[in-house]
Ligand binder design. Structure first.
Ligand code: NAP
Length: 451
């Protein structure tokens, strides 16, 4: 090929940015990369998933931002693949496409009452407090101030994030980039009790210890756990003995179980072997019907038939993220991923030429940010291997200038535009004594992108 290889990366979250970095970082094949995102701003779940009060994880943003400055990398924000431009059209301009658009929707509980007002997906609640432009601001501004007790379903790291944000005082969140209306709404929260429901035991919870520990250190929330639940059954004891992370989690929760509540304004109740079977209410959820469970022989949760109820008018379902299909692209609707082999997209077991995948939409929503780096690097290695072996179709392609002309009438945001948004967010933050405040409307971002 006489010109540089042209690659389109769909999604600018960690896996997309790390894929771009790996592409321009290798020396076998000259490459240019366009990182495309449907939002005007880059970084996906690093911006809209990582909790705003987790400053060290959020600082990954600075690492990702530097990738945008590397020669050969362009950012094209506010361009939605599937509506503004099709995948087929991208193939007319790019030699290869890498799908890295993640898993942004929620998994369902599949129980009666799940759709009552006041029952929300963690994905939506997190998007709201991170200032996602598509978040339903009116919904949370109505629900949070009028709520008195919350149930968080699930015991993963997202459940811990959500519980911590609900449990913290606004003073504890003040150094974050949450939009002002989020502070104002959380400040009006009437929630005094937060029940966290794990359908299995403390040894099977998927949170990481560092994140878990923070729940026990909040200024105005006591954490409460029944000591009896910390008497591990043989299966769980074996799990804790063979896995250090599990042992550390158990140790943290065991210490909590010995605490006497100190009369703080809020209480976080950790309930294990507890799965919701129904949400009941009227104009909004009022109660969660919970079934006690026991571990079965394989470590799964099986119902005991014994029920109890928890009064709650705000329910956050934090039972995992789910990837969604993109028009024309193969999709495994059982696993909610794009099927692949070594990062090469597969249709019915056959490789789709010049299509690749990385990150959560390849593997499912698991792992930390670093997991996505490894995943993206692996996918790029497959792509470069295919180029070196002349396996990419040598179809005639439109030039990059023709691609730019194709999208010229759409209001897209380039790296310079994103940097203007970045400056505007820092300035907005500074005006309130913070390092940054996220712009939360698409119109606001687009206006800021023009400097
Ligand atoms: P997760 O770790 O998979 O946790 C999902 C939770 O939902 C589990 O407790 C699971 O229980 C429960 N669950 C699933 N279906 C359920 C049902 N029908 N009824 C009741 N409970 C149900 O997922 P996540 O918390 O969404 O996190 C996604 C990924 O992002 C993880 O890899 C996580 O570590 C990562 N993350 C990391 C951080 C951080 O490092 N600070 C922060 C946020 C997210 P079972 O185990 O019984 O299935």
């Amino acid at each position: 090929m006489s010109r540089a290889l042209r690659v389109a990366v769909i999604g600018s979250g960690p896996s997309g940015m790390y894929a771009a970095d790996a592409l321009v970082g290798q020396t076998d094949v000259p490459v240019t990369v366009d990182v495309i995102d449907k939002l005007p701003v880059p970084f996906g779940l690093v911006r809209y998933g990582v909790a705003p009060d987790h400053h060290s994880i959020r600082s990954v943003r600075d690492t990702l931002d530097k990738i945008l400055d590397k020669p050969g990398v362009r950012f094209i924000g506010d361009l939605e693949v599937g509506s503004d431009i099709s995948v087929a059209e991208l193939h007319q301009y790019f030699d290869a496409v890498i799908f890295t658009y993640g898993a942004s929707r929620d998994r369902r509980l599949g129980i009666p009452g799940e759709d009552l007002a006041g029952s929300v997906a963690a994905t939506d609640f997190v998007a709201w407090y991170c200032g996602h432009p598509e978040a339903d601001r009116a919904e949370f501004e109505s629900l949070v101030p009028s709520a008195t007790a919350a149930v968080v379903v699930g015991v993963g790291n997202v459940a811990v994030d959500v519980t911590r944000v609900l449990g913290k005082t606004v003073a504890e969140l003040n150094d974050t980039d949450m939009p002002q209306h989020v502070f104002d709404t959380l400040d009006k929260s009437g929630i005094t009790d937060i029940y966290v429901l794990g359908r299995r035991g403390p040894a099977q919870a998927t949170f990481t210890t560092k994140e878990l520990k923070e729940l026990g250190e909040l200024a105005d929330a006591d954490v409460i756990i029944d000591p009896a639940v910390m008497e591990l059954d043989a299966f769980s004891a074996e799990q804790a003995a063979s896995d250090k992370a599990t042992a550390r989690n158990v140790e943290v929760m065991r210490e909590w179980s010995t605490r006497t509540p100190s009369g703080k304004r809020r209480r976080i109740h950790m309930h294990f072997f507890a799965r919701p079977v129904e949400l009941t209410g009227d104009d909004r959820v009022r109660q969660v019907v919970v079934e006690r469970t026991a571990l079965d022989a394989t470590g799964g949760a099986s119902g005991t038939g014994e029920l109890y109820t928890v009064d709650a008018d705000f329910v956050v379902r934090s039972v995992g993220y789910r990837g969604t299909a993109l028009d024309e692209v193969p999709f495994d609707s059982g696993k909610n991923v794009i099927p692949s082999a070594d990062g090469r997209v597969q249709r019915d077991g056959v490789t789709v030429p010049s299509e690749y995948v990385a990150g959560w939409i390849k593997r499912g929503p698991t792992g930390i940010i670093g997991t996505n780096k490894k995943c993206a690097v692996g996918t790029v290695a497959s792509l470069i291997e295919d180029v070196s072996a002349n396996l990419l179709p040598a179809a005639p392609r439109g030039t990059i200038e023709e691609f730019d002309a194709r999208i010229a009438d759409l209001e897209t945001v380039d790296t310079a535009g994103w940097r203007s948004i970045d400056r505007a967010e820092r300035a907005l933050g500074e005006s309130a004594g913070r390092a940054r405040t996220s712009l939360h409307t698409e119109a606001g971002m687009l206006a800021a992108s023009k400097g």
